[in-house]
Design a protein around this ligand. Structure first.
Ligand SMILES: *Cc1c(COP(=O)(O)O)cnc(C)c1O
Length: 374
């Protein structure tokens, strides 16, 4: 039976080899340049290690949500191009530009602020974000002309370099995504007529990059696929040729033999129906194990599959293992690569009524990440 290192209650291992392989696979599949999306601390996997592994696998650029995340990557020694696209009012574009961070621009005001952050000898690199249907940020279609014309002027006078036009899709349906792509294509035409010919265009995240080839445009922004998880309800990681990178596990912290009728955890939401063995797993909602999965989340101990018994608490939950021999220190795996016989993050998402993105991203700061390369 597998055991965690001595003294370790819980850990998430992150297989950087899987991340690199996933990028290689998606580059081949999409025949496109990959922008590896490592926002939110690399969806909980560690942003710097994910970025390094993705670059090793052939990604050429990185994407994050905000400038602070981009600066953290620079501090971590990452020197690839990084795009950040969600900015506070008054965000420090000059600091970002000084670190070579490319800015996603969603309005005329942001465009002017980016130009103002240019230094005499260096234009600021921007990607113009277009609203094409998602109703989040992005330049509104009514403003395309004005913003494109200003961007072209600022590029001519050396303040800006327009690297890309980009947008983001709803995945509501293939037809909705195609409609957004048509809006985007028209915008590209308008931009060209106004003198903008950026070298890149990107609109597809993992879902569209795999499912809708016409959205690839030679450059795709891959988030969830890097981590080896599927964005589809009806296709597993293995179906997509991806390998989940994160395994979350704990070391059984207590074992007790109890009679029938024993109440388990807060509220006694579970009662034993026979004499049985209870194993205590030291992971709780503080560690990102969703309380909504109480009584439902899957766990493998000693190669056998069990279900959380009763409520998930802040730091721990209980598993009824029946008459299976389990000892303190045994490994309890919540999720990992299901081809290795452990549950998937998607099963936890289903148990909690959410998506696998949230399961890995919310793994808490109390869980040490340990990098492995299988
Ligand atoms: C998060 C995000 C992505 C990555 O999406 P995945 O579905 O994880 O591939 C791409 N683009 C934008 C703008 C995002 O916010």
């Amino acid at each position: 039976m597998s055991r965690l290192p001595a003294g370790v209650l819980r850990e998430a291992t992150v297989d950087v080899g899987a991340i690199a392989d996933n990028v290689r696979h998606l580059r081949r599949l999409t025949e496109s340049e990959v922008i590896a999306v490592v926002k939110a601390d690399g969806y909980g996997h560690g942003a710097v290690r994910t970025a390094a592994a993705a670059l090793e696998g052939g990604a050429t650029r990185l994407g994050v949500s905000d400038i602070a995340e981009a600066l953290a990557l620079r501090r971590g020694g990452i020197d690839a191009p990084i795009l950040a696209w969600l900015h506070a009012q008054g965000a420090d574009f000059a600091l970002a530009a000084a670190h070579g961070i490319e800015l996603g621009i969603s309005s005329l005001e942001q465009l002017q602020q980016a130009a103002a952050a240019a230094s005499a000898d260096r234009p600021v690199s921007v990607h113009l974000k277009l609203e094409t249907g998602l109703s989040r940020n992005g330049i509104a279609p009514a403003d395309y002309r004005v913003v494109f014309a200003e961007a072209a002027r600022l590029e001519r006078i050396g303040k800006l370099r327009v690297i890309a036009l980009f947008s983001h899709l709803s995945n509501a349906s293939a037809d909705d995504d195609r409609a957004a792509l048509r809006v985007f294509d028209e915008a590209v035409g308008v931009a060209a007529a106004l003198g903008l010919a950026p070298p890149l265009r990107h609109i597809a995240a993992t879902h569209a990059a795999i499912a809708l080839p016409e959205t690839r445009l030679g450059c795709v922004r891959i988030g969830i696929g890097l981590y080896g998880l599927s964005p589809f309800d009806d296709r597993t990681s293995a179906d997509l040729g991806l390998r989940p990178a994160m395994t979350l596990r704990g070391a059984v912290a207590a074992v007790r033999r109890v009679p029938a009728g024993t109440g388990v955890s807060y509220g006694y939401a579970y009662r034993t129906d026979r004499e049985t063995t209870l194993a205590l797993v030291p992971l709780g909602y503080a560690d990102g194990v969703p309380r909504q999965a109480s009584g439902a989340g899957p766990v493998v101990i000693g190669g056998r599959r069990h279900t959380v018994a009763g409520r998930i608490a802040m730091d721990q939950f209980v598993v009824d293992v029946g008459d299976t021999p389990v000892a303190v220190g045994d490994e309890a795996v919540l999720f990992g690569d299901p081809t290795l016989g452990v549950p998937s993050a998607t099963e936890w998402a289903d148990a909690a009524g959410t998506i696998n993105y949230e399961i890995v991203t919310r793994v808490g700061p109390r869980v040490p990440r340990r990098q492995v390369a299988e």
